[in-house]
Design a protein around this ligand. Structure first.
Ligand code: LLP
Length: 419
């Protein structure tokens, strides 16, 4: 096998000794592949990023809720957040205890709220009406509140989650309402949290948002924690030499800010961060097969089985993923060309990469879509009645473990009721 553009996986040793062709023969194509060593490294880097003594890392499971991966993440000492009862369910299955889960839902039903309460899971509510609903169900209990600190950031407007014109969080203007409900129902406010958005590579906005969150914290007497949310970015443009977020530097700034705030507040609050992408994105790669290559007009189309049902990010956010090419024989054309890499879904928008300059690609090649371990499989669907891919884990001992089987045709029909 030869690799073209393969510098990244060569450097990280992503495949261990495995051969991408053998993997897709065994587990089908497309295929999500994860590397255990890289996953553990990411976890350790996060846990070690900040010297503040009461520092915790909650994995944001929406990035990847495969229970086998969450088990590893738990072993590495991370706690976890949840967005839905389904995530709670998967996290409990992965061995997280109720007290290591923070439920941060948005617009949930009373039933879903009860589910969390019955499992003894702390909830951070997202609006005054949900605080009132929570309080009436659970007077005299602990609760947290998600605030909108007014500072947002992110790689696309769809993932900026604080600031003006976003649906998330309680506005600081409503602090008095929060206090009134807390008093009326004898609640205790355990903590406040925020999430300003997803994917930043430099720390300015994150640090700015903390000052805004401190202003909110000052108005409550006896908090236990402050949760700053996630958003830590990874470089998706590695092949162009894009730099990394300096985690250690961010951690040092956080420690300094928290230590100073502890003196003022009269108590050292627990500091929680909540990364999703940083934990799993680079530990995952999506393999797919090239089935057809053609020209329509002057544009060259490389037709693959990586439709937006398999990886939604490029179509949803115009997101870029670097692409490696794997070839069975030793055919090297030496030619570079601009191509559109498309999937097999019946929509013209089903494009994985537009006008991308790549070495010439042939039918029978495999593509390796890098950094696919976050918001990849979790956002996949059965659109066009396509089967969602298997997920496999390349273990530290070089063994290969199936951690989610590929859908079967029968799976597609299972929920339906025939007339
Ligand atoms: N905490 C909360 C409350 C969140 O809503 C999120 C992400 C996170 C933490 C983790 O953010 P991260 O560290 O992964 O950036 N599907 C989009 C990303 C959506 C993120 C939504 N919230 C993408 O593929 O880029």
């Amino acid at each position: 096998m030869i690799k073209l553009n393969g510098g990244v996986t060569d450097k990280t040793g992503f495949f261990n000794a495995a051969d991408p062709f053998e993997l897709t023969e065994e587990y089908g194509s497309p295929l999500y592949v994860y590397n255990e060593r890289i996953l553990r490294q990411n976890c350790r880097e996060l846990v070690g990023m900040c010297g503040y003594p009461k520092f915790k890392v909650n994995f944001s499971a929406k990035a990847n809720s495969n229970p086998a991966l969450m088990r590893i993440i738990r072993e590495e000492g991370l706690l976890v957040d949840a967005m839905s009862e389904g995530e709670i369910f998967a996290e409990l299955a992965a061995g997280f205890t109720a007290d290591s889960i923070l439920f941060i839902p948005n617009n949930i039903s009373e039933k879903e709220m009860r589910f969390a309460c019955e499992h003894g899971i702390l909830i951070s509510v997202d609006s005054i009406s949900q605080l009132e609903q929570y309080a009436s169900l659970n007077p005299m209990s602990r609760v947290a509140v998600r605030f909108n600190s007014g500072v947002g950031t992110g790689h696309h407007e769809k993932v900026i989650t604080a600031g003006k014109n976003v649906k998330f969080g309680v506005s600081p203007e409503n602090i008095q309402d929060v206090k009134d409900i807390i008093r009326r129902y004898n609640l205790s406010l355990a903590g406040i949290n925020q999430h300003i958005g997803s994917l930043f590579l430099e720390k300015t906005q994150y640090l700015k948002s903390i000052d805004a969150l401190f202003d909110i914290a000052r108005q409550f007497d006896d908090l236990d924690f402050i949760d700053l949310g996630g958003g830590f970015g990874i470089p998706y443009h590695k092949m162009e030499g894009q730099g990394r977020l300096d985690l250690k530097d961010l951690g040092d700034s956080l420690a300094e800010k928290m230590t100073r705030f502890a003196v003022e507040y009269g108590k050292g609050l627990t500091l929680t961060v909540e990364p999703g992408r940083y934990v799993t994105a680079e530990a995952g790669l999506l393999l797919g097969a090239v089935h057809a290559v053609k020209y329509n007009g002057s544009a060259k189309y490389v037709g693959t089985d990586i439709g937006f049902n398999v990886l939604a990010r490029p179509v949803l956010y115009d997101a870029h993923h670097d692409i490696e090419i794997y070839r069975r024989d030793n055919l090297i054309s030496g030619k570079q060309e601009c191509v559109n890499i498309t999937g097999n879904i019946c929509e013209s928008g089903d494009i994985l990469a537009k006008n991308r300059l790549l070495p010439e690609i042939f039918e029978g090649d495999l593509l390796g879509v890098l950094d696919a371990g976050a918001y990849g499989h979790v956002m996949s669907s059965n659109y066009n009645n396509r089967l969602r891919p298997a997920e496999i884990l390349l273990r530290e001992d070089k063994s290969i473990q199936l951690i989610r089987r590929r859908d079967t045709l029968e799976d597609l029909l299972r929920p339906f009721i025939m007339l």
